[in-house]
Design a protein around this ligand. Structure first.
Ligand code: M6R
Length: 619
């Protein structure tokens, strides 16, 4: 939700490094921002608004110090105001804190601290942390002990970074909210050594904040504390040192820039061919029609017609776009004869079904979504085996689940999930092919998967989505319909459009339209119909198109041209002929472009839509 950055060892560059890191993290939250530097004393600058507003505010403020912390916020407690922006200071200003997450017992702590004479200046839950730390200092505790004692009082989720006057260090703690330490060499290259010498340390909610300085990272775990003071010391809750491994991030800093595109979302839509190649590389072999996914080697399913396996079925848990991917996945497993269900993660956690001997798969781009984590933990606590299907190495899901299957899409900065949805669908195909499906389906699907990146490129090169978007940009409402594999894509098309254009959009199973939503269709309600192939599902969907036409609803057919959908449509968005499963990915690219161009024409904040955040780490 919020973005945290810390920097130690960049001397006079510290402030610039912090602000630059915040700009890289702005996708995590963007309603207020701030920084604090530690010199002889702690100095802070913070403001409501975006990083650009923080840069403006810094022009009239003098901050000094060679280590610091920063924050970009997505409000949970209190509106986005200067006072609620982080960092938050203690009564005397001797402690500064930035925080991501929610402190559930903050009201009790705040009442207690207020009764003890401490004055609060914000509405946030975070502010209790600097006050508690300073209270410890006032009682004579050593700085690190005071910080640890403050953290011990917290209930809830947190990634916290703190500065304490008089100590040349950044203190950090995590519980249920990501924090990663980057370790670089002095200077600004990533030819890092991790041994002796002048080292630079970064602390962040996510790697893009410092990737251009180093690829070497240490992921902090729940319950761990870090002290960065020229070396990195990680300890557990009891203060026992924890030995940490250094991981190397495999993607480049350029992948977190816009590369000439107006928006990250458009760039990421166009990165899909490459992302899909990365996803499939080394995992499918067209010659032998085989699939090789070592990460899931020890996963197998009991088949109705015989065949021994470890799991009798699969339960998917996910949110938003990832839930649409999960819905798609259930059909893959059904076709393979394996029972599968998709659950909204928040509902799974609220009312958990029996886990039995199902594999429980969390589908999540970030690997940090609180609802999905909660569902996976619920499944684990009931003895279920879990698998994280995620884009994020080192994420909490990656570390907590029994198995991980990476989608390999590369970093996604736009709040709207685009290339990661394509990556999820492709990877879910790999999962079903590797663990559940028979050779016959492999023979038809493997070539389709291999062709997919090229076909996505073809759609991107030839799409008329911008003209279609232009035509319908003033519509009152947008409907999306599809059957089978195209149904989750209809839902996804609607989510994408509403998320970034703020216009009303709904997706339906094509067959459901006549059971209620058709009452809303009129000449101002374009219906985007996904029609693939020339079989029964396509014929039925063409029937639904005719029902829309009869009510004067404009129709946009997203089709491979094998049915006569185009004949009845007002506009056509073409996709190449392919397997129904890969056609879903191709049709989705057209709908991503429609959403993008409608939002762009309406002048929306495409990469950072209002009220939303990239990584939703609260339930
Ligand atoms: O990181 P996750 O895939 O777990 O995120 C789940 C949803 O929050 C996410 O897909 C959200 O719906 C996107 N903003 C959609 O574009």
């Amino acid at each position: 939700m919020c973005g945290i950055i810390g920097c130690f060892g960049r001397g006079d560059e510290t402030l610039d490094t912090l602000v630059h890191g915040l700009a890289k993290l702005e996708y995590r939250g963007y309603d207020s921002a701030g920084v604090a530097l530690l010199g002889d004393e702690i100095t802070v600058c913070k403001t409501a608004g975006e990083i650009a507003d923080l840069r403006d505010a810094l022009r009239s403020k003098s901050l000094s110090g060679h280590l610091g912390i920063g924050h970009t916020r997505w409000s949970t407690h209190g509106p986005p105001t200067d006072a609620n922006a982080h960092p938050h200071l203690s009564e005397r200003g001797s402690v500064a804190v930035v925080h991501n997450g929610i402190i559930e017992n903050y009201q009790t702590l705040r009442d207690e601290l207020t009764a003890a004479g401490r004055t609060f200046t914000s509405d946030t839950d975070t502010e209790v942390v600097p006050h508690l730390t300073e209270q410890g200092l006032d009682e004579g505790m050593e700085p690190e002990a005071a910080f640890r004692a403050a953290i011990e009082r917290l209930e809830g989720s947190y990634a916290i970074a703190a500065l304490i006057e008089g100590v040349n260090a950044i203190f950090a703690a995590r519980n249920d909210s990501p924090l990663v330490v980057g370790i670089g060499s002095d200077g600004s290259t990533d030819d890092t050594t991790t041994g002796d010498g002048d080292q630079v340390f970064f602390l962040a909610s996510d790697v893009p904040a410092f990737r251009e300085f180093t690829a070497d990272v240490v992921y902090l775990e729940d319950g761990e504390f870090a002290r960065i003071d020229g070396t990195l010391a990680v300890t557990d809750r009891d203060g026992t040192p924890v030995s940490k491994s250094i991981h190397t991030v495999e993607w480049d800093a350029e992948e977190t820039g816009k590369s000439g595109y107006d928006h990250f979302m458009l760039k990421e839509i166009h990165e899909q061919p490459r992302a899909l190649r990365q996803c499939l590389r080394g995992r499918v072999n067209e010659l032998t029609a085989s699939v090789d996914v070592p990460d899931v080697d020890d996963i197998s399913f009991v088949h109705p017609g015989g065949g021994r396996g470890k799991f009798s079925g699969v339960q998917f848990v996910a949110c938003g776009t990832s839930y649409h991917a999960a819905m798609y996945a259930t059909q893959l497993f059904h076709e393979a004869g394996v029972p599968a269900q998709a659950f909204l993660a928040s509902e799974y956690a609220t009312s958990p079904p029996p886990v039995g001997d199902n594999l429980v798969v969390g589908v999540s781009q970030s690997g940090e979504t609180a609802d999905t984590l909660s569902a996976l933990r619920e499944a684990s606590s009931r003895g279920g085996q879990t698998l994280a299907l995620t884009n994020t190495v080192g994420s909490t899901m990656n570390r907590e689940c029994d198995h991980t299957l990476l989608i390999r899409s590369g970093p996604e900065i736009g709040v709207a999930a685009t290339k990661t949805f394509a990556g999820q669908l492709a990877t879910l195909n790999l999962l079903s092919l590797a663990t559940a499906e028979r050779p016959a389906s492999r023979r038809s699907l493997v070539p389709a998967l291999r062709e997919l990146p090229g076909q996505v490129q073809q759609v991107l090169d030839e799409s008329n989505a911008e003209a279609v978007a232009e035509h319908y940009a003033d519509a009152r409402s947008y409907f999306f319909i599809g059957r089978g594999y195209q149904y989750p894509v209809a839902l996804e098309g609607a989510l994408k459009l509403k998320e970034i254009s703020y216009e009303h959009a709904e997706g339906f199973a094509a067959g459901e339209l006549k059971h209620g939503p058709l009452a809303l269709v009129d000449e101002e309600t374009p219906v985007f119909a996904l029609v693939v192939g020339d079989g029964e599902p396509a014929r039925k969907t063409v029937g639904n198109i005719k029902e829309v036409e009869a009510r004067d609803g404009p129709v946009v057919a997203v089709t491979d041209g094998r049915s006569d959908a185009g004949r009845y449509a007002d506009h056509v968005l073409s996709i190449p002929e392919s397997h129904p499963r890969t056609a879903a990915i191709l049709g989705n690219v057209q709908l991503q472009l429609v959403a993008y161009h409608v939002a762009n024409r309406l002048g929306r904040s495409i990469d950072r839509p209002r009220n939303l955040a990239k990584s939703v780490t609260v339930e």
